[in-house]
Write a protein that binds this ligand. Structure first.
Ligand code: UD1
Length: 432
């Protein structure tokens, strides 16, 4: 299998450019299915999840033109509701957005139950509750989701989410964009990518208001038209580089970011003794002295993101003292701790809390990327460890980090990729 080989012990210095937000892109690509025109999407991250979704919507008849490295044009004027590539859908969590988009476009959807990273049970009951409230009949059978809108079109509804869910909020917002009448989503999630998807829909003619607050109102429109949209920078990719510099030491300027989206991460780094200098669309992260321990609880935005939990836990392995990290979103997001222990980390997990005793150093070892963010955490551990770390299962990392190895090399890391000729080839979209 493909591996990253890391020779640890180098501090990071220089500048890194942050790509477009994965979690916005993976919703915007399915949402483009509803657009009766050409969507030109800029700042599209080059990661395997977006490649996979574009290949899924091309199977529905979407015409995709790759204009340059970060710009694609998606033309869904001639999409049809057959030939669904179920095997591909099964491999990706965000394929649940196809339910909302296809219901919006065709009044009917058949998708697989979503796959993606496994951090415990990942139900979609709140997505289904929303679609049902909007008049869809939804059935989950043998790993498939069947949804059918009464008389071929959803209608607006008032939906209270029992759980603050990013996916359900976005999915309902997408489906409601072309429903008949007004939809109100209460107890909505407020992540930056929710605002981004709302902005994308609005730039294509939708009427979505209140995204970024806990009440979102969507006035359904008859048609979405084409347009140009630029995806926001990736909060978690930026946070990962921030945590990598905190762990290795050094000084890195992180460019193309929105500092507001990173405030919760910056605040924790300052508590840990890391200098954070905020510029207009960049942050400079500097760490010379020792790392201090801190306590973290992950929460929905604007709380500390669960998708940064493995990375901060890894950085805290090097702090001088004891840190407590509590996972407030997922039931089971500590599988990577066993991998860190192989490198000498001193972490005990009890329920949803990890107790981390800082150690002077970790030792390189063969470790696995258990999921996307856990994989990034293994890379951070490897960058700091004494000796060589081999990270396996890097296909998880490549789902969400554009050119992780290249960007780290540019910062002075000693890291390389060993590709396995037997590994199935990544779907590559070519510039036309
Ligand atoms: C999204 C992100 C993921 C991130 C998570 C939380 C994408 C593609 N993925 O995942 O990286 O970790 O937000 O920030 O954007 N829940 C239910 N019923 C539902 C839906 C969710 O009970 O119908 C629960 C989940 O089990 C979890 C919590 O709600 O405990 C949050 O999940 P949710 O915000 O929906 O996560 P995802 O959208 O799957």
């Amino acid at each position: 299998m493909d591996k990253y080989i890391i020779n640890g012990g180098r501090r990071l210095y220089g500048e890194v450019e942050i790509s477009g937000a994965k979690n916005a892109a993976v919703a915007i690509i399915p949402a483009a299915l509803m657009v009766d025109g050409v969507c030109r999407i800029e700042n599209m991250p080059q990661i395997s999840d977006t490649d996979m979704l574009m290949s899924i919507i091309s199977a529905f008849g979407a015409q995709i033109k790759v204009i340059d490295r970060t710009t694609v044009e998606i033309d869904c004027r001639s999409v049809h509701n057959c030939d669904a590539p179920f095997e591909k859908m099964r491999r990706i969590r965000a394929s649940y957005y196809l339910i909302g988009a296809m219901l919006g476009r065709f009044g009917k959807a058949k998708t697989t139950m979503p796959g993606g990273c496994n951090f415990g049970v990942r139900p979609i009951d709140q997505h289904i509750k929303g679609m049902v409230a909007m008049g869809a009949k939804v059935e989950v059978k043998n790993g498939f989701v069947y949804a059918d809108a009464h008389e071929g079109r959803l209608h607006g509804a008032r939906i209270y989410l029992d759980k603050v869910s990013v996916g359900a909020t976005i999915n309902i917002m997408i489906a409601a964009a072309m429903a008949k009448g007004k939809t109100i989503i209460e107890n909505a999630a407020r992540e930056p990518h929710i605002v981004d998807v709302a902005n994308f829909l609005n730039s294509m003619g939708a009427d979505v208001r209140g995204a970024g607050t806990d009440t979102i109102k969507v006035n359904g429109v008859e048609r979405l038209h084409g347009g140009t949209y630029s995806i926001i920078p990736d909060q978690i990719e930026a946070g990962t580089y921030m945590m990598a510099v905190a762990a290795t030491g050094g000084e890195v300027r992180i460019n193309n970011i929105i500092p507001k989206h990173l405030e919760c991460i910056s605040a924790k780094l300052v508590e840990m003794g890391v200098e954070v200098q905020e510029l207009e669309d960049a942050l400079v992260i500097r760490r010379e002295g020792p790392l201090r321990p801190t306590n973290v609880k992950t929460l929905p935005y604007p709380g500390f993101p669960t998708d940064m939990q493995p990375q901060i836990s890894t950085a805290l392995c090097f702090a001088e003292g004891t840190s407590f990290v509590t996972e407030g979103v997922w039931d089971n997001r500590y599988k990577y701790v066993n991998e860190l222990r192989k490198m000498g980390a001193n972490i005990e997990v009890s329920g949803r809390t990890a107790v981390i005793e800082g150690v002077p150093c970790l030792t390189g070892a063969p470790v696995a990327a258990c999921d996307l963010r856990a994989g990034a955490a293994m890379v951070i551990a490897g960058l700091c460890a004494r000796g060589v770390t081999e990270v396996e299962d890097v296909h998880f990392i490549e789902r969400g980090y554009e050119d992780f190895v290249g960007k780290l090399m540019q910062l002075g890391a000693d890291i390389s990729v060993r590709r396995d000729p037997e590994e199935p080839e990544r779907i590559q979209l070519v510039v036309v």
